[in-house]
Design a protein around this ligand. Structure first.
Ligand code: SF4
Length: 355
């Protein structure tokens, strides 16, 4: 397979993935005879392709980390399907789960919590290699494999790091060890859940550049979960925007971040720190404000309508489908319904067609 083809190849796909969590019943629930449910993720579809980074952007509580855990098969699905290499998968436990995680690895936000403080780097990496059958046939081969992993995450010279404990490393070095451990499985997909948000600003760029280098050299498909839409523009090839459990906009990162179509994406961009632009009251009125809704009883219709400055009557009752815009961009927003007679918003003069 050529490099070009390999890079366009869909490795992991979510189709209509839904996850609802039952809320523990209180005495009031028992008296009222009700069962409450958190609608954490509803009808999420996405494709991760080899050699590309897909950003999933949203505020805290939008469901983006739950999507990563569903793709990692850590939770059973309430609805929908996950396909790996074109095959529907339900990893379960035991051997089938190990076989799945060999191809799909999850990197957590907090590298300190994800590494055991009483074990060295050597221990963590050796264990990963052994679990995935890649330790080699003897001590010498194991040592070569350990060295190769540390070289790959640019912790060099490797012998300076192998026998260190997590507390002897900086936050950025710990995250590199966590990435090396994930690479021990020789995966096709990395699910990176806010991989730099707990690191000092000065070292975030280095870790993002490392992930980009791995994407290019190993043709990894990377899901980059973040609340920072500005970093999505820098790092990701395509960007999906999530609000209150649903994906509301998607497209290539440059288009989504420079010409956001959905009012929520516009709000996210207006809220991102930018020294050249201090949002004034008028701008806030244009883009909206407020808090995300409770996912126990999410708003009917468009979930963004209580905060949306452009909300129309139908937004309160009808769930907007996905409308295709130009250049592969799409938005789930009634503003783009050709039949509504209003196909423009702000400087978005785009002809749209309902999918
Ligand atoms: Fe705003 Fe309506 Fe679009 Fe939702 S569907 S984002 S409420 S205009």
């Amino acid at each position: 397979m050529s490099e070009q083809t390999e890079n366009n190849h869909v490795v992991l796909e979510a189709r209509g993935v839904t996850k609802h969590f039952a809320v523990r019943r209180t005495s009031r629930d028992l008296v009222a005879g009700r069962r409450r449910t958190v609608h954490a993720v509803d009808d999420v579809s996405l494709q991760l392709r080899r050699g590309t980074v897909t950003a999933l952007v949203g505020e805290s509580g939008s469901g983006k980390s739950t999507v990563a855990r569903l793709l990692a098969q850590l939770y059973p699905l309430t609805g929908g399907e996950i396909h790996l290499g074109g095959q529907a998968v339900k990893a379960g436990r035991g051997r089938s789960f190990r076989s799945y995680v060999r191809r799909v690895q999850l990197i957590f936000q907090d590298p300190f919590a994800s590494l055991n403080p009483v074990h060295t780097v050597r221990y963590h990496l050796t264990r990963a290699l052994k679990i995935h059958g890649r330790a080699g046939s003897g001590d010498e081969e194991l040592e070569q494999n350990l060295t190769a992993l540390l070289n790959r995450v640019q912790l060099t010279p490797p012998h300076q790091y192998l026998d260190k404990f997590p507390h002897e490393l900086s936050g950025g070095q710990r995250q590199r060890v966590a990435i090396a451990r994930a690479l021990g499985a020789d995966p096709q997909v990395l699910l990176a859940d806010e991989p730099v948000s707990m690191l000092d600003v000065s070292i975030r760029l280095g870790v993002l550049n490392l992930l980009r280098d791995l994407k290019d050299r190993m043709h990894l498909a990377i899901l980059y979960i973040t609340h920072d839409i500005a970093s999505a523009r820098y790092f990701a090839d395509s960007t999906l925007v999530m609000y209150a459990g649903r994906i509301v906009e998607g497209g290539d990162s440059e288009t989504v971040t420079q010409r956001p179509a959905h009012p929520y994406t516009q709000l996210l961009i207006a809220s991102a720190p930018d020294p050249d632009r201090v949002a004034d009251e008028e701008e806030q009125e244009e883009t909206g404000s407020g808090e995300p809704p409770s996912l126990i009883d999410p708003p009917a219709g468009c979930r963004f309508h209580p905060r949306c400055p452009k909300a129309m009557e139908r937004c309160r009752t009808e769930l907007p489908p996905r409308f295709d815009l130009a250049d592969g961009q799409w938005a789930a927003c009634w503003l783009y319904d050709g039949t509504a007679g209003d196909t423009t918003t702000g400087d978005h003069e785009k002809k749209v067609a309902a999918k």
